[in-house]
Design a protein around this ligand. Structure first.
Ligand SMILES: Nc1ncnc2c1ncn2[C@@H]1O[C@H](COP(=O)(O)OP(=O)(O)OP(=O)(O)O)[C@@H](O)[C@H]1O
Ligand SMILES: [Mg+2]
Length: 246
């Protein structure tokens, strides 16, 4: 089964078409990258797929569940990380994770165990009993990522997840994305770090003013450039700069 199928997905804000009839799919276990300039419609696409906003027209399904008619079922198999931290400042790191684990329906013992495991995974175990309000923004983001993984999401939406993270945390985020993929979990990643997209994403959508202007694996995008441009792009950044309108 496909993780995501979007068909003519469209979102308008008054006269502005933020997402313009896009169609794409994501396979199970696939990492899809959304790349494009500021205002291209990447976050809006992710907000649509995570049922935070409703499409103006068109639709999408997540693991077979329609985002419009079955949003609760969609929410049960997704998680979302953006630069907005979704944590309670006055709870400790551990209490936050247990809270979100219980909210996702995990029994108490399992919620405790999983919270500890995730705190280890994001290298925050020694801070487990400190209130989140005392953390730096990067530390908060690490707990925020652990929070997003607590419900074993079948697909994780990452909207610029490494903003504000130090180099080691950024590198850990890369490792985490790779390990999700090894687990068979899917990821949709938006990032302006093109090198990250090149090493992490199985397929890439280049988005401009709400439209998909090109899509495919890095190799497919490269051959597209070769066909039109007679040049030999070395990196995804070259491909991006050649294909993306100014
Ligand atoms: N709630 C909203 N109300 C009105 N316009 C909006 C709203 N959300 C987004 N937009 C507009 O939709 C367009 C797409 O925005 P979006 O946030 O999806 O871009 P993005 O590709 O994520 O950009 P960035 O790289 O800067 O994060 C922009 O022109 C933005 O101004
Ligand atoms: Mg955005």
């Amino acid at each position: 089964m496909k993780a995501v199928v979007a068909s003519n997905l469209t979102k308008k804000f008054r006269n502005l078409v933020a997402v313009d009839s896009v169609s794409f799919s994501v396979a199970e276990g696939e990492v899809l990258g959304l790349l494009g300039p500021n205002g291209a419609g990447k976050s809006t696409t992710i907000r649509l797929l995570s049922t935070l906003i409703k499409p103006t027209s068109g639709t999408a399904s997540v693991f077979g569940y329609d985002i419009c008619t079955d949003p609760d079922k969609v929410r049960a198999c997704i998680s979302l990380v953006t630069d907005r931290i979704i944590l309670y400042e006055r709870l400790t790191a551990f209490e936050n994770l247990v809270f979100f684990a219980r909210l996702a329906g995990l029994p108490k013992e399992e919620a405790n165990r999983r919270s500890i495991n995730l705190l280890e995974e994001v290298n925050m175990i020694k801070w487990k009993d400190k209130q989140v309000r005392f953390f730096s923004s990067g530390m908060k983001q690490r707990i925020n990522v652990a929070r997003a993984l607590i419900n074993h999401p079948r697909i994780l939406f990452l909207d610029e997840p490494t903003i504000g993270l130090d180099p080691r945390s950024t590198s850990n985020m890369r490792k985490l994305i790779s390990s999700l993929k090894e687990n068979g979990q899917s990821v949709i990643l938006t990032t302006h770090l093109i090198h990250d997209a090149e090493i992490l994403c199985d397929r890439i959508l280049l988005i401009h003013t709400g439209n998909i202007i090109a899509s495919g694996t890095f190799e497919e995008l490269r051959s597209l450039v070769r066909r039109y441009n007679d040049s030999e792009p070395a990196s995804l950044e070259d491909v991006y700069l050649l294909l993306m309108p100014e």
